[in-house]
Design a protein around this ligand. Sequence first.
Ligand code: NAD
Length: 488
Amino acid sequence: MTAVVDQKTPVYYNYIGGNWVESSSHERIESFNPATGELVSYSQKSNLHDVRETIDSVHQNYVTSDWSVNPKRRYEALTGLAQKMTEKMDELSRILTLEQGKTIRESRVEISSCIDTLKYFAGAARTVFGRSIQLEPNNLGVIVKEPIGVVGIISPWNWPALLMVRELAPALAAGNGVIVKPASLTPSISVEIFKLIDEVPEFPKGIASIITGPGSSIGAAMAMSEKIDMISFTGDTSTGRAIMEMGAKTIKKIALELGGKSPNVVFADANLDKAIPIIGKSIFISAGQICMAGSRVLIHESIKDEVIARLKEYAEGLRVENGILESADMGPLSSKSQLEIVEKYCEIGKEEGRIITGGYRLTGGDYDKGYFFSPTIIDGLPADSRVVKEEIFGPVLAVQTFSSDEEALKIANDSDFGLSAGVWTSDLNRAVKMSRGIKAGTVWINTYNKNFPEAEFGGYKQSGLGRTRGIDGLMEYCETKHVHIETD
Ligand code: NAD
């Protein structure tokens, strides 16, 4: 943290009431490129005064503008933002990679997904349907969907653009006012997107604000505020739990998208030529820093040696380097603390299991400037090992083995989490049985990591509360009102 700013590095401000504002703390957050250690940007280290000002501003603009009752305006605003993001695709992707570390190819996918999400919810803004029902003679019930009011969106650093837009788009489409608090590791991309919101005249000034700063103070203040009607949180399960507790004080609506420990279940009849690269990608994409990472692979005992050998070959073939290079398959971990967490789990893995490949920090040459880690596979772990049970959020794949369908299902569900799963088989009956038996918000059959704005996503068990994306994702941001009409 510093108040001294060099002239070359971009400085990002809070966006409050349609104005770019410095924090009253006059303190700044520095963010660094995790591949090179270079300073990327300064953003505001906001304080409680700034949070109160932002909440009041969004509240005021929500009440005074026609946003909540003008779906066509919302459609035009979100379409306008999608257009602006399309025009800035290359620049946004670059900024995302420089600050987060992910590969430039992945950044392009992330920004494209933002655009697709905005387009989908732009259309959905004009389809916030209620129902009507005849209740008695001369008594008509009209069930209306209304915006909730002011929504606080607290987002993480791993997919900082998409995970903000994934909530921002439906919250705005439903007609709410919005305050975003991005993660302090990755504020730049979020504020860049707000710069584009500022350029779209259909957004009423101040209906959407962004404020940067520490989660433990300003995120918590949002969760406890009486003037925020809903918190949409994406992040760690323990933070989600704390937010539920803080939100309980004002009985506000809470939507949670949390962690995972997702299994890929590989049966003996699976098409391994298709499965291996997708299973490999499912854990090594974003250097494993993705909620739906396929961080466990469950292999039928009859094909275990072959699957492990082929996954090892895949992992060792990945080019781990600065994500800005077009050739990079995997970038660095996003921070020193994330690197240390991953190293700690690999130490446990070495003691309790057998390292198939990786398990160490990459060093030498340019690697020394960043937080690069080897793609890692660990076998032979006990079922209760922390490497098998806990979300590592790094490129570490735990191998488990089964001998029957029943055992596969039992192991797949032996987790506190329930975000997603992959099932690999050519037997349709088995695929259907497994998909219904696995307790997870998304089950992919013979594929993985395929997400669409129109298909719901979210967690069973401790992976979350509520759904994002799709019609359910839009309805998360709506209240339901019964208007009862009695005629003479
Ligand atoms: P995190 O919980 O540390 O932080 C998320 C956000 O919460 C940040 O903006 C942070 O500043 C803020 N925050 C931290 N403490 C807070 C507090 N006490 N009160 C209010 N806000 C607070 O999570 P992270 O490390 O940024 O993200 C990684 C986690 O996110 C992983 O567990 C991952 O699985 C999860 N995740 C889930 C999804 C999903 O869709 N289910 C998607 C991406 C990431």
